[in-house]
Design a binder for this molecule. Structure first.
Ligand code: TYD
Ligand code: MG
Length: 454
């Protein structure tokens, strides 16, 4: 592309376009495309010299520059998601809906890291320092050794970082930061990208870790964190349903640890409390066994998590029946319904279908297929599954059941929580010596026949 030709970036998905249009071809969002002014040399760029580009052999590097150890925050849920603690000189993006609790989480994390001897600067572009201090006092962190700054000009922030030499800088949020070398408004794609670039490259050069907070917005008014995801080492999303107090911190990308790891928190009057046993929490709301309710033994990252799936199947008053899903993939639901219909001969035509994952949890594993099918069948036949049974397994389009990974861990967790039986696909690893009664099925027809006698 010629140097001065403008490019356009979708703030929702980060796709780059050569010309502006009202709708992004890549993700289908409307009004999300903005002109991208591009990176110009920022305040710190001139400190880069030619020698920086020199190559080194891997063995040389590992002998001379043994990486400094990670620092744990002492908040186990956070440390696990980070892959075992904070890696020095790393850049982390924490994204999430406005009001979900990002500032609360990071203020608590800042205090915990400070307690472990790290020098921390918490830069708020949204709240005055007095407001941050007020919040900290309310969270019982008033005495924490964290430096607060209320600032949005990146040049000043970099100067402060240079002078103070902290171990960790928290930027809340990246959308409020602006560089005076770029003409567009704070929150635009160009500003967000340039600010993130300056901060992450500064972090790498000076050995400072940075945590960037990014609001996710659907309306495209502010550049979404998507445009900076590739610049950072770790991307964490803080998610949860409004109306639920549970919050899940999920690693969607991590150069220094496993992705898909989750940390579970509960929003209380005194801030975020860690939830060490999420299965017990997600199942805690479960009442007596009822039709449509099934317990799925899932794996989130490296940790087994049990949660309840709820389905409702009802005659539809509409010509086109409703299919609504919360916490799972809608397309995957349609697939399971189609397989039930064409491979097992159970029609869902003319029926509204609702599926909900209890507790505000979001499941992405295909291993939930069989649990979803069980919940749908249970709701449709108005027959409750025994309360002490967990279900997991993947369903293929042929109606065959495929074994899934970590069978043993799933069964162990179920046993630990007092379940006595499991329904799972045939084949795969034996599942070890499990104390559970195991019912194995080779295909969906066999499963439906065994469990529902249909
Ligand atoms: P906040 O951390 O400001 O969200 P974000 O930075 O993601 O925009 O959290 C805001 C919400 O958290 C607010 O609706 C109130 C709630 N909250 C509590 O319930 N308890 C608390 O102790 C705190 C500090 C916030
Ligand atoms: Mg905030």
């Amino acid at each position: 592309m010629a140097k001065n030709q403008p490019s356009f970036t979708c703030t929702a998905c980060g796709a780059v376009h050569s010309k502006w249009s009202g709708r992004c071809d890549a993700c289908g969002a409307w009004n999300t495309i903005e002109e991208d002014v591009g990176l110009s040399a920022g305040p710190a760029a001139n400190s880069l010299g030619a020698s920086r580009g020199k190559g080194m052999t891997l063995s040389d590097l590992s002998a001379r520059e043994a990486p400094p150890p990670r620092t744990g925050s002492g908040m186990d849920e956070l440390d696990r998601v980070l892959g075992g603690g904070l890696v020095p000189a790393s850049a982390i993006l924490v994204g999430g809906d406005p009001g979900i609790g990002k500032s609360t989480l990071l203020l608590q994390a800042a205090a915990s890291f400070a307690g472990r001897g790290l020098k921390i600067i918490y830069v708020s572009g949204e709240e005055a320092s007095a407001q941050v201090r007020m919040r900290a006092t309310r969270l019982g962190l008033g005495g924490a050794d964290v430096k607060l700054a209320s600032e949005t000009n990146l040049r000043d922030i970099l100067t402060t970082m240079e002078a103070e030499k902290p171990d960790l800088v928290i930027i809340d949020s990246i959308q409020t930061m602006w560089l005076d070398t770029i003409g567009s408004a704070p929150g635009s794609v160009s500003q967000v990208r340039a600010a993130a670039h300056e901060l992450t490259s500064f972090a790498k050069r000076r050995g400072v870790s940075v945590i960037l907070v990014g609001h996710v917005t659907k309306d495209g008014q502010i550049a979404g964190p998507r445009v900076v995801e590739h610049m950072v080492d770790t991307v964490l999303y803080f998610e949860g349903e409004r109306g639920h107090q549970f919050r899940i911190l999920r690693a969607v990308k991590n150069r220094f640890g496993p992705a898909d790891e989750i940390g579970v928190f509960e929003m209380t009057g005194g801030g975020l409390a860690q939830v060490a046993n999420p299965s017990a929490l997600f199942l805690g709301e479960r009442g007596t066994p009822s039709p449509g309710s099934v317990v799925f033994a899932g794996i989130e990252g490296t940790r087994p998590v049990l949660c309840e799936l709820q389905a409702l199947v009802a005659p539809s008053p509409h010509s086109q029946p409703r299919r609504a899903v919360v916490g799972w993939d809608g397309a995957r639901l349609s697939m399971i319904l189609a397989v039930l219909e064409s491979r097992v001969g159970i029609p869902f035509a003319g029926l509204d279908v609702y599926l909900n994952v209890a507790g505000g949890m979001k499941i992405t594993e295909p291993a939930a297929d069989l649990a979803v099918a069980a919940a749908l069948m249970s709701a449709r036949e108005d027959a409750a599954l025994p309360a002490d049974t967990v279900v997991f397994g993947e369903i293929s389009l042929s109606g065959a059941l495929r074994p899934v990974g970590q069978t043993e861990n799933r069964l162990k967790e179920a046993e630990k929580l007092g379940f006595t039986a499991a329904i799972l696909p045939e084949g795969g690893k034996s599942g070890g010596k499990s104390g559970l009664r195991l019912t194995r099925a080779a295909d969906l027809t066999g499963f439906v026949g065994d469990i529902f006698g249909a």
